[in-house]
Design a protein around this ligand. Structure first.
Ligand SMILES: NC(=O)C1=CN([C@@H]2O[C@H](COP(=O)(O)OP(=O)(O)OC[C@H]3O[C@@H](n4cnc5c(N)ncnc54)[C@H](O)[C@@H]3O)[C@@H](O)[C@H]2O)C=CC1
Ligand SMILES: O=C(CO)COP(=O)(O)O
Length: 376
């Protein structure tokens, strides 16, 4: 347990009855972690065949089919059965399905129940973070998030993994942080291989998870198109700056973005083709038409959908996020990859950090000055 929390007189009580909504790769992996921590876990699947197979074979035949699942994990397609008696709920459906799913299970979640959203994204049109979408539907629940650098397969296989559990802290949470939903859920999910950290900056945590997917597509595109490692390092670093700007504009903290859910997830996702976002970018960079990517199979690529909502949100907030804008222009406006990345590199020179308020003319103009003999 966190040392600071240990110093409190009262022990933190773990949650022990989990309902996990969504039996995809990540829902299955998180259900597995919770079951390995010794909890009762009910996993809500859409497909009866998946639920039946999990219960019969302790494997999810559709996702992570080679990973054995622990005892104590029961799957069902009946939302009422999944949620009855649950003292904590994890929401793990794709961002496009989150609101409808929250609305569907609303009557089954008692007031005050902690709900952690493990989906990464921002809702189009409303610009809401996933926790805000769920809170909008479940008005009486305590809604937070779990996020970090966590490939589902590696997590389910028991590789050392770390993630952040974030909830906004109420006045009562500040008086008794050991008893806050964040602390209780972090303790409940903590196993010998799954390490949790606690945050009270839900906005910062969720912005990291949403924006890193778009930056990963950018890194994939440049890899597929044959750009070099220098380019990727620049995109990761400047992508983190875009996260910081956006988080701050929404009331989050810049330093949260340097944590697991920001820098951590950005590093993971932008470095590996295991990432569906990075992988989509690589395929597009190689010139594969979108409909032929992933051999034409439907795959959840959150950054593709969320490039739209993130760019829209940033424009409304007047925040400059040129890397996300570049990805958006390629994915949704048909821009050419080589041209769009080239344009990114000829943007005006600015301070790093942006607080150093300098903005010089376009580098092309500087070259012209040299050619005109007007340098010193
Ligand atoms: N796979 C991973 O390594 C990680 C994924 N995440 C996030 O978790 C979320 C879910 O991703 P995955 O589990 O990987 O996706 P997935 O593709 O493995 O599974 C998606 C699940 O959602 C269900 N689903 C799809 N559309 C639905 C709808 N309209 N209504 C209800 N259920 C629906 C599917 O049946 C499936 O069970 C995403 O936001 C992703 O960014 C976060 C961390 C790691
Ligand atoms: O969020 C993830 C790892 O933290 C999974 O990334 P992808 O959705 O790109 O596969």
């Amino acid at each position: 347990m966190n040392e600071e929390l240990q110093s409190h007189r009262l022990p933190t009580l773990p949650y022990t009855r989990f309902a996990v909504i969504g039996a995809g790769a990540w829902g299955t992996a998180l259900a597995s972690v919770a079951a390995q921590a010794g909890h009762q876990v009910r996993l809500l699947a859409r497909d009866p065949e998946v639920a039946e197979a999990i219960n019969r074979t302790s494997r999810n035949p559709r996702y992570l089919d080679d990973v054995p699942l622990p005892a104590g994990l029961q799957a069902t397609t009946d939302a009422a059965e999944a949620l009855v008696g649950a003292d904590v709920v994890l929401f793990v459906v794709p961002s496009v399905a989150t609101r409808a799913m929250a609305r569907q299970v609303r009557p089954l979640i008692p007031a005050g129940t902690p709900v952690a959203v493990c989906t990464k994204g921002i809702e189009p049109s409303s610009g809401m973070l996933m926790s805000q979408v769920v809170a909008d539907e479940l008005r009486d629940a305590r809604v937070g998030a779990i996020s970090g650098p966590t490939f589902a397969r590696e997590t389910a296989l028991g590789h050392y993994t770390a993630a952040t559990v974030a909830f906004d802290f109420t006045h009562a949470d500040r008086l008794a942080p050991h008893d806050s939903p964040a602390a209780r859920l972090a303790l409940s999910m903590s196993t010998g291989f799954f390490k949790t950290y606690i945050s009270d900056d839900l906005v910062g945590v969720e912005i990291g998870g949403a924006v890193k997917n778009v930056v990963a597509i950018a890194c994939g595109m440049m890899t597929g198109a044959g750009f070099a490692e220098n380019t990727r390092a620049a995109l990761i670093t400047r992508g983190m700056d875009e996260m910081k700007q956006l988080a701050e504009a929404l009331g989050g903290r810049r330093e949260t973005v340097t944590g697991l859910a920001g820098a951590g997830d950005l590093t993971l996702t932008c470095s590996s083709r295991t990432s569906r976002n990075m992988s989509l970018g690589v395929q597009l960079g190689q010139g594969i038409p979108r409909e032929k990517c992933f051999d034409g199979k439907p795959v959840v690529v959150e950054g593709e959908v969320n490039a739209v909502s993130i760019v829209d949100l940033a424009r409304r907030l007047n925040v400059s996020i040129p890397i996300c804008e570049t990805v958006y222009s390629i994915l949704h406006e048909g821009a050419d990859i080589g041209q769009a990345f080239g344009d990114l590199w000829t943007r005006p020179i600015q301070g790093e950090p942006r607080a150093l308020d300098i903005r010089l003319s376009n580098p092309a103009q500087a070259r012209q000055l040299v050619m005109d003999g007007r340098g010193t």
